[in-house]
Design a protein around this ligand. Structure first.
Ligand code: DC
Length: 231
């Protein structure tokens, strides 16, 4: 009998390695992987490109009407990349200019309802791995497996620095550290769906785990939940 499809929600701070494990899990299970942060980043990119004053509610509401987000699977990167009004913006949304504003944009109520509704639609048939900040608490409170990822601040800064350095050799560790701390603070202290560990989430601290160890651990949890659902 085919295993029942479940929803896997992965939440945690920036640069904890959520997308790595999410991508590997989705590939192993034949599930779709959705990076919910990419949606907030694409909305931020749209606001920046179109000079939208995101402190002005009316402007935000109007702008959201012109935003269409979708995903297209890229065989090479092995992930679904985000399209903003049919343009693949995966590369642009990783820019520091977007990173500096995205937490403020993601704190806006209208932006969150807009993104949450689309995320819920994407998971309506289950068989999905989604990572973000509020996936297990707000988007899919009924997810069969909720993982809350953590890693030490030093490990996170180093990982993020390595990611950004390739595209911007002028970037400093200090800049990266400051941006991460600021985003952690805003993400955890905003009024709308702040970053929280869901009560029924399992914690994965990957500061000292290899990718293989991490995947084995998570696959163990997946098996448990899929078996429990089949009973
Ligand atoms: O995962 P990321 O760094 O790409 O996320 C970008 C920003 O979007 C981050 O500052 C927090 C926000 N975010 C959110 O508020 N809720 C989510 N489900 C995913 C991301």
């Amino acid at each position: 009998m085919a295993k029942p499809k479940i929803i896997i929600a992965i939440d945690g701070y920036s640069s904890c390695g959520k997308s790595t494990v999410a991508k590997e899990l989705a590939a192993l299970l034949g599930y779709n992987y959705i990076d919910s942060g990419a949606m907030y980043r694409a909305i931020t990119l749209y606001f920046l490109r179109n000079d939208i004053d995101y402190k002005n509610d009316a402007e935000v509401i109007n702008a959201l009407k012109d935003i269409h987000l979708s995903f297209a699977f890229n065989e090479v990167s092995g992930k679904s990349e985000i399209l903003l009004n049919d343009e693949n913006v995966e590369h642009y949304i990783r820019d520091m200019i977007v990173a500096e504003k995205v937490s403020e944009v993601a704190a806006i109520k209208e932006v969150r309802s807009f993104a949450t509704a689309q995320q819920q639609k994407l998971g309506s048939e289950r068989g999905i791995v989604m990572d973000g900040r509020d996936i297990g608490t707000t988007v899919f409170p009924d997810a069969e497996l909720k993982i809350f990822m953590t890693a030490s601040p030093e490990v996170r800064v180093k990982r993020r620095f390595q990611e950004l350095y390739a595209g911007n050799p002028n970037i400093t560790l200090e800049e990266v550290k400051h941006n991460l701390e600021l985003r952690d603070y805003i993400d955890s202290n905003r009024e709308e769906s702040p970053l929280r560990q869901a009560k029924d989430a399992v914690v994965l601290d990957n500061s000292h785990l290899t990718r293989e160890e991490q995947l084995a651990k998570v696959m163990g949890w997946v098996e448990e939940r899929a078996v429990a659902k089949a009973l």
